[in-house]
Design a protein. Structure first.
Length: 394
């Protein structure tokens, strides 16, 4: 099967970007081909450019497997998976945690496939037509290459709708002893609910940032917004925070946070959990003239694509403006965005505008991003989805 591109639309492929949009396609020689099947991408002059996975329902019509004229199959996928595993071994991630990302989709050369390791269980997400086509093969290869026999699938993200795929969740290989798995991270224990938790169960990409924010929390009164199961909260308490207020809209997440506190024998008298809408609670705290020494803003994805960037920008500005108002002089704001539709430059502009409207003078003291086991292909800037700023209010 072949896809012929419109004249001049091969430029992104020549720059090694792995996506071809429907608007760049001139013709498809077999338009009824199976979703996820392998296609050759050709220039308008018939020159071979890349080999890709076909996605007839998505605006991203093809995702590149390889820019070489080589077969895509079990052997190809085994090499990509093995290379991804070897990278994590070279990074020595396991020294700090028994939970980390093993395969990071396009940035590991397997578009749409995410694999996270939680101790002796792998959690797999298949997010595109191509990864779905090869899902069972990849599951077999993961068992062979890692020696881990238990794989749980969490292919229930909304982006599958864009690929014409139904949500999928359940055991792919082996057996899962229990849905809550205990992991170790930076000397702390966390219970992870791989069956019902966010993403694959835990925000592994924030590992280094949790440690860094914890280091800054000593003797500070901390407000952790969108706290989920308490990653930043536990790191703050473990590093001597004076107090931590953890806020989330999910009672289930807060329940797991309380279990995590007990699991680590942390001082519960210095911690308070609060369930509620973050936007409303921040306004309530402002009206009550409350203040904090360190505030963490780690919200969910407000803008999955650039089309939602304007709406997301208003939400990000709102919470950051309120956070600046609640910060004491000399206080620290650790603020994050995981929205693909908001790039680093835009995020910094949003935070700057929030500080201006809050009447706050502030400086960026650190830029943060995703942990090293979430690598970013140089030719795929979309892979750098997590942006973080540590700001100090003067």
């Amino acid at each position: 099967m072949k896809i012929i591109l419109k004249p001049g639309r091969e430029k992104s492929l020549l720059r090694r970007h792995p996506w071809i949009f429907a608007s760049a396609v001139q013709s498809v020689d077999e338009p009824t081909s199976v979703s996820g099947s392998t296609v050759d991408l050709l220039s308008s002059e018939g020159k071979f450019l890349a080999r890709a996975a076909f996605s007839p329902h998505s605006q991203i019509r093809a995702r590149v497997w390889t820019f070489e004229d080589e077969p895509v199959g079990s052997g190809f996928l085994r090499r990509r998976i093995r290379t991804a595993i070897e990278l994590r071994q070279s990074l020595k991630v396991a020294i700090h945690s028994n939970a980390f990302r093993l395969v990071n989709a396009e940035s590991d050369g397997i578009p749409g496939l995410i694999v996270d390791r939680y101790d002796d269980v792998l959690v797999l997400q298949s997010l595109t037509a191509g990864s779905e086509f090869w899902k069972q093969t990849c599951a077999d290869l993961l068992v062979e290459e890692t020696g881990i026999r238990s794989i749980y699938e969490r292919s229930d993200a909304d982006v599958r709708d864009l690929e014409g795929l139904e949500p999928a969740r359940g055991i792919l290989r082996g057996a899962i002893p229990e849905s809550q798995i205990t992991i170790m991270e930076n000397g702390l224990k966390f219970l992870v609910d791989i069956e019902h938790g966010h993403k694959t169960g835990f925000y592994l990409d924030q590992r280094d940032n949790r440690r860094r924010v914890g280091e800054l929390a000593k003797d500070r009164e901390v407000l952790n917004c969108f706290c989920y199961t308490g990653g930043f909260s536990l790191n703050a308490l473990a590093n001597g925070a004076k107090s931590v207020l953890s806020v989330d809209s999910s009672a289930a997440a807060l329940g797991l946070l309380e279990k995590n506190l007990a699991l680590n024998a942390l001082p519960v008298e210095r911690h308070t959990s609060l369930e509620g809408d973050i936007f409303q609670l921040l306004r309530k705290f402002r009206d009550e003239n409350r203040s904090f020494d360190l505030i963490v803003l780690d919200p969910p994805k407000f803008a999955p694509t650039s089309a939602q960037a304007d709406k997301a920008s208003r939400a990000y500005k709102d919470i950051n403006l309120l956070a600046f108002k609640l910060l004491r002089s000399g206080g620290i704001l650790a603020t994050f965005s995981c929205s693909g539709g908001v790039d680093t430059a835009l995020f910094q502009k949003i935070v700057a505008a929030a500080a201006l409207d809050a009447g706050a003078e502030a400086s960026i003291i650190e830029h943060l991003s995703q942990a090293a086991d979430h690598p970013v292909n140089l030719h795929f800037p979309e892979g750098a989805y997590l942006k973080g700023l540590i700001c100090v209010k003067r």
